[in-house]
Design a protein around this ligand. Structure first.
Ligand SMILES: N[C@@H](CCC(=O)N[C@@H](CS)C(=O)NCC(=O)O)C(=O)O
Length: 229
């Protein structure tokens, strides 16, 4: 059976991508969660026990280790149906959109760090963040319209939806100003049993990661904390 190494569900946006993809495709796996250590050097050393980059997620399949979320999606796609859309036009679009998320949206990722269980009022929406939100809205609108929804590349949940699942949590945490179509898609994602489960497990965590929390406080005011204390 696969083993998926992840970190804290509250904070680890990269971990969420393959975790939700495995759940949604009904692929059996064992979850191995290692919480972030406050000391980043110690953290890297601890994570290197199961991931050559010292980062999560990392998937183990017998003697094979796959240590990047996009590489994990491709590894799974070689072994299981439905990871990417069946239609080749939808598949090309989905791969581009997932790769754009993987390599881009840097203002969204850095200014709206994932923390599922808190609610934050941002100090400002700077031009970079506005630009990312505009692009997000354009991209999601295009996918939903072109492939008919309710998922980004058609009727089925595929890897591209998994790549944007952390953005749905960010929209909820930061109440990001987006139009009805984008907000509706994010809400639909968060209603899925897999993401509800991730959310409940994130809320139950009592670990706090100072570097993440500090980053969040640098960009906004925490107005609610719904996590277990
Ligand atoms: N490109 C990698 C990024 C992985 C990543 O940055 N993971 C974060 C967790 S959300 C991490 O392990 N950070 C620990 C560190 O940088 O020390 C992927 O897609 O898997």
């Amino acid at each position: 059976m696969y083993a998926l190494h992840i970190a804290n569900k509250n904070y680890s946006s990269w971990s969420l991508r393959p975790w939700v993809l495995l759940h949604e495709r009904g692929i059996a796996f064992e979850e191995r969660l290692t919480p972030f250590a406050a000391d980043r050097i110690a953290n890297r050393a601890a994570f290197r026990a199961f991931s050559p980059s010292g980062k999560v997620p990392s998937l183990e399949d017998g003697g094979t280790v796959v240590w990047d979320s996009l590489a994990i999606a491709e590894y799974l796609a070689e072994r299981h149906p439905g990871v990417w859309p069946d239609d080749s036009r939808a598949r090309a679009w989905a791969r581009c959109a997932a790769a754009e998320m993987h390599a881009g949206f840097t203002a969204l990722r850095s200014q709206c760090s994932m923390s599922c269980g808190v609610r934050v009022r941002l100090h400002r929406l700077d031009a970079d963040l506005k630009g990312d939100l505009e692009r997000l809205e354009e991209l999601w609108g295009q996918g939903l319209q072109r492939f008919g929804g309710p998922h980004l590349a058609g009727a089925a949940f595929t890897a591209v939806d998994a790549f944007f699942a952390p953005v749905a949590f960010r929209i909820q945490t930061y109440d990001l100003p987006l139009g009805a179509a984008a907000r509706g898609y994010a809400a639909r994602l968060l209603e899925r049993p897999s993401l509800r489960r991730w959310y409940q497990e994130a809320l139950a965590e009592t670990w706090r990661d100072q570097p993440h929390d500090q980053e969040i406080r640098g960009h906004g005011e925490v107005i609610a904390d719904l996590r277990a204390s």
